[in-house]
Design a protein around this ligand. Structure first.
Ligand code: FAD
Ligand code: LAC
Ligand code: ZN
Length: 468
């Protein structure tokens, strides 16, 4: 039998897709910028099937792209233009395997969507705190493989902080059952953390034990207009200083980014008039019964210190959700606007204003009419700094400058002690830039780990590290 027939036999008739029209959505990335030819899309239904597929591919010398919800913003989840990789989608592996309320853990298969895990936790009165705009589509396997961040990191941590155990199929087909549910376990190397954030280059995550948190007793959400980025950072420090509540989200949004989101939401009313300021903050705090009083006291103090121009506090859950809808629409609105460069930057929070000022200036030197779509999780020192073409400029024309823009923005972030990919990963988009910002020692360690686990380079080749 040919390799493909062997693969089809492993997954059965519902488990593979070959028709080009049906394959297209798996072989092309979310933004339609990356992708390549694939011989077949496989949709295994169990860890045993994943292991058999990986074994068969290893024997046939076929490369594999593991795929979750295919919401990667760096081209990690689709074949390279070089092509030839089998796509292994985890979408049928979407069972909740176990729920242990008294341990505050949930054991899920990799193909569960993030929203499904959040809902399962909520049903039992607990919280799975990862929150991303893509949560209806992205999957836990993808979230862990990218070490996703999102809007709750400053209180609950990144995806890697929410994991107690993993089950992984290694590049030779061996299954590692590391589904332990322990909060303490100092018995050697922390293997699970090697696979978290590895972008599918070291193996396929098939299941995970996740940590749950108590649901907060009270939540307050405010939409604030601030004078500038410096004031936003000062406000962040003021908010973080309180022992009365926890800060779950502190999202900064430029006026230009909100204009895009509002237009895409059919011009609906915004919480504050956008002409009121150049920068806005979406603040969420959690605490006990007197939370609203604490928020009001905070906002008064912020105003006294000149850190606030205007603000509105959500009066209901529905209103808070409206604030969030506007924030979470920005990314798709930017994609739809066409012709933008994504720079997912982290800097020490104290350098945020310096970064945005210097990077905006530098980009305007390359393209004077550029719109700066800057927004993100500034509470974590993370800004999505995304130069966008001027309204009247053609996308292709603007994108000719993309390499120069990326380069100058990344250089500024690096010079400020920052990172060129705070939360989206490296994938194909940042792969060739990475060596400019990692030391030879780090790059050698990366290659050493990759060669040790995947000597044939069949696990998501050409992502994170170049093929050769
Ligand atoms: P995919 O896109 O399918 O894959 C991502 C990477 O993980 C690929 O390299 C893939 O090969 C690998 N992979 C997937 N599943 C597995 C597996 N089971 N085993 C091994 N490797 C695997 N990201 C953030 O961090 N924060 C945000 O706030 C955020 N907001 C977003 C908002 C929107 C509207 C969109 C479109 C994207 C956003 N993202 C965000 C990016 C993206 O959603 C995340 O990176 C997410 O974690 C990817 O999950 P996925 O299931 O779609 O993975
Ligand atoms: C966001 C994505 C782009 O924060 O990470 O909207
Ligand atoms: Zn983000």
């Amino acid at each position: 039998v040919t390799a493909l027939n062997r693969l089809k036999a492993i997954v059965g008739s519902h488990g593979w897709i070959e028709t080009p029209a049906d394959v297209a959505r798996y072989a092309t990335d979310y933004r339609r910028l990356y992708g390549g030819p694939t011989p077949i899309v496989l949709r295994p239904g169990s860890t045993a099937e994943v292991a058999s597929i990986v074994t068969a591919c290893a024997e046939a010398g076929l490369a594999i792209v593991p795929q979750g919800g295919n919401t990667s913003l760096v081209g990690g989840s689709v074949p390279t233009a070089h092509g030839g990789e089998v796509i292994l989608s985890l979408e049928r592996m979407n069972r909740i395997r176990a729920f242990a309320p008294s341990d505050a853990t949930i054991t899920v298969e990799a193909g569960c969507t993030l929203a499904a895990v959040q809902a399962a936790a909520a049903e039992a009165g607990q919280l799975f705190p990862l929150r991303l705009g893509s949560q209806g589509t992205c999957q836990i396997g993808g979230n862990l493989s990218t070490n996703a961040g999102g809007s709750n990191v400053l209180h609950y941590g990144n995806a890697r902080d929410l994991v107690l155990g993993l089950e992984v199929v290694l590049p030779d087909g061996t299954v590692w059952d590391g589904l332990r549910a322990l909060r303490k376990d100092n018995t050697g190397y922390n293997l699970k953390q090697l696979f978290i954030g590895a972008e599918g280059t070291l193996g396929i995550i098939t299941a995970a034990v996740l940590k749950l948190s108590p649901q907060p007793k009270a939540v307050e959400t405010a939409f604030l207009a601030v004078p500038d980025v410096d004031a936003a950072v000062a406000l962040l420090n003021l908010v973080k200083d309180s022992a009365e509540y926890g800060v779950t989200a502190f999202e900064l949004m430029s006026r230009a980014s909100l204009d895009l989101a509002q237009a895409r939401l059919a011009g609906g009313r915004t919480p504050l008039p956008l002409e009121a300021a150049g920068w806005f903050v979406l603040l969420e705090i959690v605490g006990g019964g007197t939370l609203n009083d604490a928020l009001m006291a905070l906002l008064t103090e912020a105003q006294d210190r000149g850190l606030l121009l205007d603000g509105v506090v959500a009066g209901s859950l529905a209103q808070a959700e409206e604030f969030w809808r506007l924030r979470e629409e920005i990314s798709d609105a930017q994609t739809a606007a066409g012709g933008s460069v994504r720079c997912d930057i982290a800097v020490p929070i104290s350098r945020m204003a310096d970064f945005i000022t210097a990077a905006s200036l530098a980009v305007r030197e390359i393209v004077p009419e550029v719109r700066i779509i800057a927004y993100g999780h500034v509470g974590d020192g993370n800004v999505h700094f995304n130069p966008l073409r001027a309204v009247e400029a053609a996308p292709e024309e603007f994108l000719r400058h993309a390499p120069a823009i990326s380069h100058v923005v990344d250089d500024i972030a690096h010079a400020l002690g920052g990172s060129i990919s705070a939360e989206h990963g490296v994938g194909q988009a940042k792969r060739d830039e990475l060596p400019n910002y990692k030391s030879p020692v780090e790059l050698d360690l990366f290659r050493l780990i990759k060669r040790a686990l995947d000597p044939r380079n069949t696990m998501n080749p050409g992502k994170l590290l170049a093929r050769s």
